[in-house]
Design a protein around this ligand. Structure first.
Ligand code: ZN
Length: 44
């Protein structure tokens, strides 16, 4: 899930799984498709 967040008067889009920030919602959504940080505590 991509989370919209405000920081330094700018809007960022955060990958809820790994916390990575993007300035384009499309980039965040694209990242999330390939994000492998899903539930890391359960994988290991
Ligand atoms: Zn991610």
């Amino acid at each position: 899930m991509v989370v919209q967040t405000e920081r330094d008067d700018a809007t960022w889009y955060e990958c809820e799984q790994c916390g990575m920030l993007f300035d384009e919602k499309q980039d965040a959504a694209q990242h999330e498709d390939t994000c492998d940080a899903e539930d890391p505590s359960y994988i290991q």
